[in-house]
Structures are given as C-alpha cells and as structure tokens.
Ligand binder design. Structure first.
Ligand SMILES: [Zn+2]
Length: 354
C-alpha cells in the first residue's frame, strides 16, 4: 500500500527543509578570526602498543600521524585516576584531578541533576572551550558517551561564565555538542556537520577500544576484539582525515590525539592507577610545521622527561612527563591563544611540537 501525501503538505515539508538548511548555512558563514583549526581526538582506552602491533597496513591513519607528525607512545594520564571522565576533564581543563589546583571531578558517571564541574570544585573551572570561545572562536564537542554532557552543561549557556574577553561571545562555550553512543554514528554526524559548518576548536571522543576492553579484555594479540576495535577507531580517524582535505581545513588544521587511559591485557577494568598498562597513553601532534616522525620528548629536552614505567607525582624533583592533560593548553597554543586560567599542566604552554 502506498501513502499518498497531499502536495500542499509536501510543499510545506520542503519549505521547512529549506528553512532549516538556510539557518545552518547562515551559521556556517560566521566569520572566524582564527588562522588555524585544531581537532583534539581522544580514543578511549587506547594502548599505544596496540598501534605498533597492528602495523601501518591495519591502522594507516595512526601510522600517518606517526610518519607525518610528532609523537610519543609514553605519555601519561592523571596521577591518581585512570578513569574516563576524570581524565577527559583533565584534557579540557589542563589540570590534574587531585590537589589544591586539581579539577576535583572523580566521578565516572553521568552528571546528576544540578551537577557541574564548578559546583563540584567549589570554584569556576575554565577550559580550552571557554578560552577559545571567549576569543571569538567556534567550538564543538562530538562524544560517544553520555557522561560528556557534563562538559556541555558546565560550559553551557546556564553555567558558563560571562565572556569578558573582547567582544561578548556569550556564556555557551561549546557551540555544537553532539553525542551518539556508537562512535560510527557519531562520526557520521560529524561528517554531516563538517560539510556545512566550520570549527576552530573541535574535540572528538571515540569509544570503541574501551568498549571492547571492558567486554573482552585489552588483548593485543591479533585477532582479538580489542584489536578490531582499535582498527575501527583507525577507520573513523581516516574519515576525519578525509575532511581535512576540504577548504577551511586543508593545510591549516592541527590534530592532537591522545587517550584517557589504556587497559590491562588480562582484565576487563582499567581503574588501577598504579598499573603502567592503564596510565600509559599515546600523544600525537600533526599539522603544518610539525616535524615529521619527531619524538616529542626529544623536542622538549628542557621541560619534559620520559618517565620510563613510572607516573611521577607533581613536585617530584624531575621534569614532568608529557600528559594527556597538557592537550587543552597545547590546542590553545596551536591556535595562538593563552593558557587556560588556573591550569597547571602545560600551563606555560612550553610543550613544543614545532
Ligand atoms: Zn572504560
């Protein structure tokens, strides 16, 4: 049986579609004052050795980052936490979790009604989103776990601080927030949005390796469910790279890629913050002027030290390691913006990738 739709209804539907697309186009034409764009990609539960063990044929996008960018496979999570939300909060605020300057978010669940990062800390927490947005840049967060709504709420129109930098760009520091619990669907959405809209600072969270690890352990043998999930993450990374060939992005976009934590080969949980398998993460920087194939520790001999198999406490009498929490301040540095107020990791923006 066929449904007959009266032509007047069809016309109404088409004009609605036209209206929606017109308003999206208008948004895309927002002038941007930034010369560069930065995409921060977090691959949830990614062990760096899972990239090496697969090789360039199976995970070409990760190997492209290695070949064309600067990187280390020995970066660190927060010291006291190897869980997802505390480490992502670290990335976007460039703070560790605990201590007087820590961001203090230790939960790894969806925010409850009334929860914000600021309320939990008892003080307003700035982020890479708030600094970029206050400077007039367009920001977005595409995530694949519901708990990331914490960021959209904390830096949204209700709880974001008024913009006191230059012209008033408003309190909603994340212009576009989208979440789909299948990373593949989330990246589909991202591709659709990127066809119409430009961003200066975009964060993308891909969950597949973590989901596989919780179900079947972080097994780095091939084949394993975990390694298939890392390969899937690589395919999604390829999709993103494809978009970087387009106008606005081509030749002016940096990719910073890291992970919130790794995971143990023989367990289904990565919560033990003493286990090097959990606190060792990759850190890649790719884009214009980034030296091809460079070691990030070799580029930063005066300010960072490869920590071996330790995760040193801040204040220990050695240079700090490269941490996933340094990503927020690095992204701002690449955009030519100052560090996040109150941040402590890469707060001098002295992690050099060029
Ligand atoms: Zn997990």
């Amino acid at each position: 049986m066929r449904f007959l739709i009266p032509s007047s209804t069809l016309i109404a539907m088409y004009s609605l579609v036209a209206l929606v697309s017109t308003s999206t186009t208008a948004q895309a034409e927002n002038p941007s004052s930034s010369k560069q764009s930065v995409i921060l990609i977090s691959i949830d539960g990614l062990r760096p050795d899972a990239i090496l063990a697969q090789g360039p044929k199976r995970v070409p996008a990760f190997f492209r980052l290695r070949r064309e960018g600067a990187f280390t496979h020995n970066a660190r999570t927060a010291v006291t936490q190897t869980h997802t939300l505390p480490n992502h909060t670290g990335m976007v605020t460039s703070r560790l979790v605990d201590g007087p300057e820590g961001h203090a978010w230790t939960w790894n669940r969806d925010p409850q009604i009334g929860d914000t990062l600021h309320r939990n800390k008892g003080a307003y927490l700035h982020s890479m989103f708030s600094v970029a947005h206050d400077h007039g840049l367009r920001t977005a967060l595409f995530a694949s776990k519901t708990k990331f709504s914490l960021f959209d709420i904390s830096w949204g129109a209700r709880y974001g601080q008024p913009d006191t930098v230059g012209e008033d760009n408003g309190r909603d520091k994340i212009d576009v927030y989208q979440m789909k619990t299948r990373s593949e669907n989330m990246v589909d959405d991202l591709e659709t949005v990127m066809k119409k809209e430009n961003f200066d600072l975009l964060m993308v969270h891909i969950r597949n390796p973590d989901t596989a690890g919780h179900g079947f352990q972080w097994k780095t043998e091939i084949p394993s469910i975990y390694m298939a999930a890392v390969k899937k993450a690589d395919e999604l990374l390829e999709d993103i790279f494809d978009h970087l060939e387009k106008p606005h992005w081509k030749g002016r976009t940096f990719v910073v890629l890291t992970a919130d934590h790794g995971g143990p080969i023989g367990l289904k949980d990565h919560g033990n913050n003493q286990n090097p398998e959990n606190f060792t993460v990759p850190f890649y920087v790719w884009g214009p002027g980034i030296p091809a194939g460079a070691d990030l520790y070799a580029l930063n001999p005066e300010t960072r030290t490869d920590p071996g198999i330790t995760n040193p406490l801040p204040g220990e009498d050695i240079l700090p390691p490269i941490r996933n929490a340094g990503a927020g301040n690095l992204c701002l540095d690449l955009l030519g913006l100052p560090a996040i107020p109150g941040s402590t990791v890469n707060a001098k923006q002295d992690l050099k990738a060029r």
